[in-house]
Design a protein around this ligand. Structure first.
Ligand code: FES
Length: 254
């Protein structure tokens, strides 16, 4: 399903990371944290849509929030839009983070890195509303790259690692996870390949550990095989867009 959504807010979060709030009826069918929308670049010469995870879903105001890093012509063109402009959006797409099995007072560990943290925000919100206790570990390059700390603090305990030690803990998310002694009923992770690869291995035996993969996409709906990843048995493939982007740990080769 696709529809034009109106931009009601466009805010710079860090040097090249922007938060866009989009409004429209399509939001009414967005429910699952970890799903993504496929945004048409507002330039006729750039044909491929850009897959962007949902950071917030607000049914009351019919808005959804996405966070993008302006890293190429397509994403730059999207973040250059102004309030009142509209974007053609397809979605919601993919399989998000399973949270239905968790109950009040369960514990969840959320692990995010850089531009991969936004889908964990909606996940943390929905877990918090279920009474799940969230421990949230976020990794960034340095202090100036940190965003959404205040937003995550609404939903749980937040620990931040920076590569250069310029804010909170020096190191990466594994530095923090190594020091945690709680057991968790579920693990949710999203971030760059190094992070998801680490979590895929670190929690490979955990029964409820999930990673969300970032992958370049074309169709976004399982039709082009442009986003294939290999099953750990090496005998079958998955499509990140339609079988994922969320997978259990030890399910695919990263
Ligand atoms: Fe086409 Fe995933 S992007 S199959």
């Amino acid at each position: 399903m696709n529809q034009k959504l109106t931009i009601v807010s466009n805010k710079k979060l860090t040097n090249n990371v922007y938060e866009l709030v989009l409004k429209g009826d399509l939001v009414n069918i967005m429910h699952v944290p970890g799903q993504f929308i496929h945004i048409q670049v507002p330039r006729p010469d750039l044909i491929l849509r850009r897959p962007i995870s949902l950071a917030k879903i607000d049914h009351h105001n019919s808005t959804c929030t996405v966070v993008l890093r302006a890293s190429g012509q397509g994403t730059q063109s999207i973040v250059d839009t102004k309030v009142g402009d509209s974007l053609n959006v397809m979605g919601p797409l993919g399989n998000g983070f399973p949270i239905d099995f968790l109950v009040n007072d369960n514990r969840a560990l959320l692990i995010g890195g850089g531009i991969g943290i936004p889908p964990l925000l909606e996940c943390a919100k929905q877990l918090y509303e279920k009474g799940v206790k969230c421990t949230i570990v976020l990794g960034f390059i340095n202090h100036s790259a940190v965003f959404y700390e205040t937003e995550f603090k609404q939903y749980g305990e937040v620990m931040i690692a920076t590569d250069d030690g310029s804010y909170q803990i020096k190191g990466n998310v594994k530095t923090v996870i190594d020091q945690l002694d709680q057991t968790f009923n579920a693990i949710y992770a999203c971030g760059p390949t190094g992070l998801t690869r680490m979590v895929n291995e670190y929690f490979k035996d955990h029964p409820n550990a999930y990673i969300s993969l970032e992958e370049r996409m074309a169709c976004g709906i399982g039709a082009c095989a442009g986003c294939t990843v290999t099953h750990v048995n090496k005998r079958s493939n998955y499509k990140v867009c339609s079988d994922g982007p969320v997978f259990k740990t030890n399910e695919v080769i990263i």
